[in-house]
Design a protein. Structure first.
Lengths: 316, 521
């Protein structure tokens, strides 16, 4: 197990280098240079050139890339933003806590709601309750986030006046954006859990369990759910990782400073250090989360655990 | 059983679709209606509770609060509260400069030396006295700045014979110098020398408000400076909050969470009918225009350019693209700007004349004019123009590009015809960027090159007599209109929405406001 984790951690190095190179290359290939984007169309060419030189943007692509990786590896330096001329890590640290909190609240709520209602829906298949849940889930999965967000804002901020319409100053401010993000994810998880459960209850081992006289409760929780959870955990892990990249729509609608708006703004302004710093930061987190998910498999499914433990031996 | 479920689902889906579509379509009215009832009381509550605080929405965060190395309007707005200038000059060209840190000024006969006499009771927010050394330091900071160096073009050296006198020596007479130099933020030399990092991140200014703190990505807070030489500001605490979305800004205005915001014309509909909110229209010299690449046929033919000028229905552009919040004007110089005169030719909507001119130019319609290249945010303008041109027999196809890619093509002349907005604010001399040979590759998008035009702008640059200078601009603008170098459409207004109980006084032209002039009723 430890060996497996160590191996996976080592695999992250080439993955991160690959991410770094791809993002750097794509950004460098896009039109425009930071100097003229910052100074605008009326600026003198010599001022633009001077600013680009100050950023080191006048050097060829590979030199810039190597410099960047060098600073990163040797000094753990994520670089300095072209726009704010301040360390990139400050930008990330100002926004990541908001994104993390938003993700934590919305994903926990989504998994509780989605998984429990999904089980309920599967257990009560073809009843009115099941049908209602499926349709409601479909509705929430299809509603565009910005619309839902605005509607929530109109109701709770303007009509009722009980929640702030924007910002990240208080925990209260997180409620509406969390609900916006949560609803869509919960709907997806409900549908996934339901179909995974329905798939599992048709398996032979469930019939066996039933035949040997296990109670319905035991069959659902012990036999069916554990097997049905695998795809659900996979999805939950990836969507948790992905939402750390920021919920751009919720962030924009509710004016919450998060990773999503940080990265999109930086891309538009061609602020390469900010884009690089944030993507690498997120890539590390994402890889770690996927690793945790993979390790969790072992605890959910003993078959996989067995594989990990034997895996090393068999090869020797 | 299964069939019933399917039907139920189909029915529910239909309801959802109708629901979404309906609400989406009517949302602007719906919001305006639902808001006027509830928000007026909540707005009043917020107003009553917070008589000396002010919350302002900004659409993007500030990247820096460096007094000279900034680039955005939001940064300029906040810096204007933090830092005072030598003088205040409304950039409409009709006002004399008002005293600020400098009580008065003299310009030497030859137009080479500008002398400013400073007040001796001005202090920085850390309590230290402002002297001529700080002014010299600030002017030099601007001279070396890639960002704002244009404010002090022509400045060669600064002399400080005593603590309250500053003499600016120019390398050649440059009449727009006064307007530029009066916009320089005066910063503390001693504070800069103590810590360059604090100078940027914890600024100590000379203006009516001092820096109180900042949360990256969300807010900047200011506090009234009690030692301000013109007296402490009426509004004590000011918070600028980042709200990128206009719909959210409108909601926050209605709930009273924010008191003041710069808005887009399309947001007015959401605010209409709410007595607690007042919308202000401020004139601006920025202009929306069609630029034709005069290096390419058929745009090298003056008749074709005139025809396009006649073919465009400017009233329609203003109605469709600006919700009527723009002033129709075919002159690149806005009506409130120095140099404008009603005697200069104006183009009006006249499709018949356009067709006639095209015939004279030897163009047989329908004619394929090529591609109208636009950035995404101007695609609606391109659509209107495409229709107008089609009506006179000119076909264009619209090509929409991402903004930076668009600017690349625009400045390198890799386009036929385009539509965009441009700001050449400050002195009318700035218009040279649109017309002179030196600016091909930057703001001279028509790639127009004409020695007479270059000379005229050269004369305007050194002429210090106001009447003579107005005469030169009259020649320039008449020539620009005669040759139809651009097809200018309108001057969009700068729009502000604020709580009705906030008194703002008059907004200066271009709209960089001073919160010092604001007060609660």
């Amino acid at each position: 197990m430890y060996k497996y984790v160590a191996k996976r951690l080592l695999y992250m190095i080439p993955v991160l280098l690959g991410v770094a190179f791809l993002v750097f290359a794509i950004l460098s290939l896009t039109p425009g240079d930071p100097g003229s984007i910052i100074l605008g169309i009326t600026a003198k060419p010599e001022d633009i050139a001077a600013l680009n030189a100050e950023f080191g943007y006048d050097k060829p692509f590979f030199i810039r890339f190597l410099n960047y990786i060098g600073d990163l590896v040797l000094h753990f330096d994520l670089g300095t933003s072209y726009q704010s001329r301040q360390p990139v890590i400050q930008d990330i640290m100002a926004r990541f806590p908001n994104t993390f909190l938003l993700t934590l609240i919305s994903m926990s709520a989504a998994s509780v709601i989605g998984i429990s209602l999904g089980i309920l829906s599967a257990v009560k298949q073809y009843t009115a309750l099941d049908q209602t849940l499926v349709v409601v889930a479909l509705i929430f999965a299809s509603i565009p986030g910005f619309w839902l967000g605005l509607m929530l804002m109109l109701l709770f901020s303007m009509k009722l006046g009980i929640l702030p319409s924007y910002g990240a100053g208080s925990l209260k401010a997180f409620i509406l954006p969390s609900v916006t993000v949560c609803m869509t994810s919960a709907a997806g998880l409900l549908r996934l859990t339901r179909s995974a459960m329905l798939e599992t209850v048709r398996q032979e081992y469930i019939r066996t369990a039933r035949a040997k006289g296990a109670s319905q409760k035991r069959i659902i929780w012990k036999h069916a759910l554990r097997n049905a959870l695998l795809p659900v955990v996979t999805t939950l892990g990836t969507s948790f990782g992905a939402s750390l990249g920021g919920a751009i729509i919720a962030e924009t609608v509710f004016a919450m400073p998060g990773m999503g708006t940080l990265i999109t703004t930086a891309i538009r302004q061609k602020d390469i250090p900010v884009v690089m710093g944030s993507t690498l930061f997120l890539a590390v987190l994402f890889s770690l989360i996927i690793l945790i998910v993979d390790v969790m498999y072992a605890f959910i499914d003993p078959r996989i655990k067995a594989k990990y433990q034997n895996g090393g031996k068999r090869r020797e | 059983m299964k069939k019933r479920a399917m039907m139920l689902m189909a029915a529910m889906m239909a309801v959802v679709l109708v629901g979404c579509g309906g609400s989406g379509g009517q949302s602007s009215q719906g919001q305006a209606d639902s808001g006027s009832g509830s928000s007026s009381d909540s707005g009043a509550d917020a107003g009553a509770a917070s008589k000396d605080t002010l919350t302002i929405a900004m659409d993007v965060d500030v990247d820096t609060l460096h007094p000279s190395d900034f680039s955005t309007t939001v940064e300029h707005t906040i810096l204007s509260q933090l830092y005072d200038t030598l003088m205040f000059m409304n950039p409409d060209g009709a006002h004399d400069p008002e005293p600020r840190i400098a009580e008065d000024y003299e310009i030497s006969e030859d137009g080479m030396d500008y002398t400013f006499h400073l007040r001796d009771d001005v202090t920085f927010h850390d309590g230290t006295k402002l002297t001529s050394a700080d002014v010299k330091f600030s002017l030099e900071l601007y001279m070396d700045s890639e960002y704002q160096g244009a404010q002090v073009i022509g400045l060669e050296s600064v002399e400080t014979p005593d603590d309250t006198t500053v003499i600016c020596h120019l390398d050649a007479p440059y009449s727009p110098f006064l307007l530029g130099v009066t916009q320089v933020s005066i910063a503390s030399k001693a504070y800069f020398e103590k810590s360059e990092d604090d100078f940027v991140n914890n600024p100590v200014g000379s203006g009516p408000y001092k820096y109180a703190g900042r949360e990256k990505g969300s807010k900047v807070t200011l506090e009234a400076y009690d030692g301000y030489y013109r007296g402490e500001a009426a509004i004590k605490n000011v918070t600028f909050e980042v709200i990128p979305d206009q719909s959210t800004t409108a909601v926050a205005l209605k709930t009273g969470e924010i008191d003041f915001a710069s808005i887009e014309s399309s947001t007015i509909a959401q605010l209409a009918g709410d007595d607690a909110i007042q919308v202000e229209e401020v004139g601006n010299s920025g202009f929306t225009y069609v630029s034709m690449n005069t290096e390419k046929a058929p745009f090298d033919d003056v008749k074709v350019r005139q025809a396009i000028n006649y073919a465009v229905n400017r009233e329609n552009v203003v109605a469709v693209c600006y919700d009527d919040e723009a002033e129709v004007n075919s002159n690149i110089c806005s009506k409130d700007r120095f140099g404008y005169s009603d005697d200069q030719p104006q183009y009006t909507y006249d499709p018949d004349k356009a067709k006639e001119l095209l015939k004279e130019a030897g163009i047989t319609t329908p004619y394929d004019l090529g591609t109208i290249l636009v950035a995404e945010k101007y695609s609606n303008i391109a659509t209107v123009i495409q229709n107008d041109l089609k009506a006179v027999g000119l076909d264009v196809t619209i090509d929409v590009k991402e903004f930076n890619a668009y600017i690349d093509d625009l400045t390198s002349g890799n386009y036929d015809i385009t539509a965009l907005e441009m700001t050449l604010d400050g002195d009318s001399q700035q218009l040279e960027m649109a017309f002179t040979t030196d600016y091909i590759g930057t703001a001279n998008n028509a790639r127009y090159s004409d020695t007479e035009m270059d000379e005229l702008f050269g004369q305007a640059r050194t002429e210090t007599d106001t009447d003579a200078r107005a005469e030169i601009f009259d020649q320039i603008l008449t020539k620009a209109q005669d040759e139809a170098i651009y097809a200018v459409l309108c001057n969009p207004l700068t729009l502000y929405a604020h709580s009705s109980s906030l008194e703002c006084q008059e907004f200066p032209y271009e709209g960089i406001y001073s919160i010092y002039n604001f007060s609660w009723k």
